[in-house]
Every structure is written in C-alpha cells, then in structure tokens.
Ligand binder design. Structure first.
Ligand code: NI
Length: 174
C-alpha cells in the first residue's frame, strides 16, 4: 500500500529512529512492502521508515535505472534493518542529492566516498558490503534519516542548492 511521504518541517523527520527487535515478523514484512510500494510510486531510489512516519531503523534502496538520477549507475535493491555505516578512509566527495521528503529541490552534499555498511535483512540474515560512489551516497543519505538528518542540513554551499526544474530541466520528478 502506498503511504504518504512526510515533508521537511514535519517533526517526525527529526527523531532518532528505534532499533527493530523481534523480527522476522508479519508486521515488519507489511511495513517493508508498503515502503517498497511508496518508493516505487514516487520514483525514488531510497526510502527510510521515518519518511512514512514510522519510528524504526529500516531503510530500502536500489534501482536499475532512475529517471530522478539518470546518470547514476544501478544499485542493487536492498532492504536493511538496523543498518550501521563505517567510513573506509577519510576521502569525501561532493554530488547532487534530492529527497522525497524535500520535493522539487536538489543540493550538493559532501559524503564519504567509500563506506562499509551492515545490517540485517527481513529474513534475519546479516548483510555486509563495502561500496563507493552513488551507492555509498544513497546509503549515507538513508541512514541520516534514521538520525533525524535531512540532506539540506549537510549542504555547505547554498549557491549549489535550488529547484530541480531550474537546475536540471531534463529531470522530471513526479
Ligand atoms: Ni531522503
């Protein structure tokens, strides 16, 4: 079921999400199915549970091709519960980001270039990967949602922040 995506300004987006306990469970599976429906309906590349008002540490991300990020390489479709990130090295890189909770806007955000992340799948299996580039960026963005951080809070240069339709007229956001 497609749920409403909360927008920046909603205090629910500023909370620290709670760790999920007692899964696999039917309730968590239903929640994840709703998150997938909601992300796909919005054309997003990632979604965190707090964005639909659920105060739990669950993120989903991944796509083959994205109209919102036409130049981004594919990222495997992933569901991660209680995720953790460890930066690999100190190198940062800047790139444009948007967010379904901040519709119509894009900004340049510095992120760790390379990270290791781990978490648990809905089936209860541990997942660990080392990734870089856009994949690493998406995971850092989604994990930020679990700590009440939205990407505009990480923008350092507001000359590179603005409306998608003005900055990138070729990108159509639905
Ligand atoms: Ni977001």
């Amino acid at each position: 079921m497609v749920r409403e995506i909360l927008k920046m300004g909603d205090p629910c987006l500023l909370r620290s999400a709670k760790a999920v306990v007692g899964f696999p469970s039917e309730a968590i599976n239903v929640l994840i199915a709703d998150m997938l429906d909601t992300m796909r309906a919005a054309g997003g590349v990632g979604l965190a549970a707090p964005q639909i008002g659920i105060d739990l540490q669950i993120i989903i991300f991944g796509f083959e091709r994205s109209a919102r990020y036409p130049d981004a390489p594919p990222v495997p479709c992933t569901i991660l519960i209680n995720p953790e990130i460890v930066p690999v090295g100190r190198d940062m890189e800047e790139d444009w980001e948007g967010c379904l909770s901040v519709p119509g806007l894009r900004g340049v955000v510095p992120r760790y270039k390379r990270i290791r992340y781990r978490g648990v799948t809905p089936a209860g299996e541990r997942l660990e990967r080392e990734v870089d580039g856009f994949h690493a960026r998406v995971v850092q963005h989604e994990c930020d949602h679990l700590r009440g951080v939205l990407y505009p809070m990480r923008v350092t240069d507001f000359s590179r922040f603005g409306f998608t339709e003005t900055l990138f007229p070729e990108i159509v956001e639905n």
